[in-house]
Design a protein around this ligand. Sequence first.
Ligand code: PAF
Length: 300
Amino acid sequence: MKWVKTPAEVHAVVAELRCEGKRVGLVPTMGALHEGHLSLVRLARSRADLVVVSVFVNPKQFGPGEDYTRYPREIDRDSEVLASNGCDVLFAPSVECMYSVSDRTRIHVTDLSEPLCGESRPGHFDGVALVVAKLFNIVRPDVAVFGQKDAQQAVIIQRMTADLDYPIRIVIGPTVREPDGLAMSSRNSFLSGDERKRAMALFGALGEARRMITSGERDAVKIRAAMHRVMTEAGIDVEYADVVEGATMKPKDRIEGTLLLAVAGRLGGTRLIDNMALRIDGDEIGEVVLEFPEWSMYDS
Ligand code: PAF
């Protein structure tokens, strides 16, 4: 595995291999890698000849008072894990390499960025869109892989990719969970033993919503209330417990079509999110990832 630190280096390495006809896959991450990330690396491996993983804790997607400084940074461990899990190139730039002090360009994906996490984290998705757009230009992948765990982010990136005509196929990997259902996240390491037990209730809330839908409940107000109750009973400070349309992130009244059950809450100083995307077709209910290849000009 090659470990490169500047945009110019990774651009050159990838350009050379692309000339040899290799199909390039990119997995953007902020490091502190866990099995969830590695599942995305394996997905990229299955779709590309050359896999680039970026590890960059992006300051532009953290607001004032958020956990930018305490976000876990474990680059030596990450590089070992990546080397033995199918990564060909690790791109780990410094902040100075990625952002000029005089940078002025911003990217805002309207409507999709406002609800859910956008409400409590204004500007967060602009920071995500900016760094992902830069990574796309630097690496120029054929395929880029993101996790369903960050479902709103995944939809925003697909919209941006289509709107800016990036010739990149976006692939969404399913959420990887701990045996008790907690979604894997680099932020789980912040939880105390007691908080870790209570954190299960995020998945519990989604499970309760799915159980109600499977039993025939179609009123989104009741589903929201049930998710809220399960989280509150576990002592989670609920930020949102919502049911939105999968492609637009707009609130749903009726449980039908492709929808996203999405929850966020705080345990102590740690903010956690989780979601479940469902496709409902009559009595048939299936869990899906929010992948919209039809939005893109790139169809392979
Ligand atoms: O999902 C993440 O880890 C980050 O938001 C991403 C996509 C790497 C951009 O910094």
